[in-house]
Design a protein around this ligand. Structure first.
Ligand code: SF4
Ligand code: F3S
Ligand code: ZN
Length: 103
């Protein structure tokens, strides 16, 4: 599962379309965590898609991740600022790849 304390345990190593990327990153095998308020551990995401289907405000969109061992697409929190903290994505992800900081 995603580390809920990733902000203490990781460092921002990049920016992707306006959101942070928390390392370590070593492409294509290791992609880190995308986003901060809505954080998706790309190294855990296996492209189940429930988060994209269920998010009421369309925070997520697919991005390509060719060569990653878990999946060749990932759910990117492209519009994390729109999140309304419903926690649905956290509940439906089968591999607990998502952390939403609702505090
Ligand atoms: Fe979307 Fe709710 Fe997840 Fe926020 S907590 S990203 S609104 S499903
Ligand atoms: Fe990935 Fe979980 Fe969404 S596996 S696509 S973050 S439901
Ligand atoms: Zn991203």
């Amino acid at each position: 599962a995603i580390d809920p304390n990733f902000e203490e345990n990781r460092e921002v190593v990049d920016d992707h379309d306006g959101h942070a990327v928390w390392g370590p990153v070593d492409e294509p095998e290791q992609l880190g965590i995308h986003g901060t308020h809505v954080a998706v551990d790309f190294d855990i995401c296996l492209a189940d898609g429930a988060c994209l289907e269920d998010c009421p405000v369309d925070v997520f969109e697919w991005v390509d991740s060719p060569g990653h061992p878990e999946s060749e697409i990932k759910a990117d929190p492209a519009r994390e600022a729109q999140c309304i903290d419903c926690m649905l994505c956290v509940d439906v992800c089968p591999v607990d790849a998502i952390d939403v900081d609702a505090s």
